[in-house]
Design a protein around this ligand. Structure first.
Ligand SMILES: [Zn+2]
Length: 67
């Protein structure tokens, strides 16, 4: 099941199998479905939307940061 957690003030939905986090529960659920059926692989279509990785932390750029 997908876990909702807050990282640096952002709510992310984490796939319990691979640990990647997404901004919406639907994508996280898709990831988990994929991971459950295809262990040890990553679906790029899904993982490119990840905004959180347990190794790296939050991947999304800070909203308040301007050029
Ligand atoms: Zn996953």
């Amino acid at each position: 099941m997908v876990t909702k957690k807050t990282v640096d003030g952002e709510i992310v939905f984490v796939c319990d199998i691979c640990g990647l986090g997404y901004l919406d529960a639907e994508t996280a659920q898709k990831c988990e479905d994929w991971c459950g059926k295809n262990p040890e692989t990553c679906n790029l279509q899904i993982s490119q939307k990840a905004v959180y990785s347990p190794d790296i932390g939050l991947i999304i750029p800070k909203k308040e940061k301007t050029r």
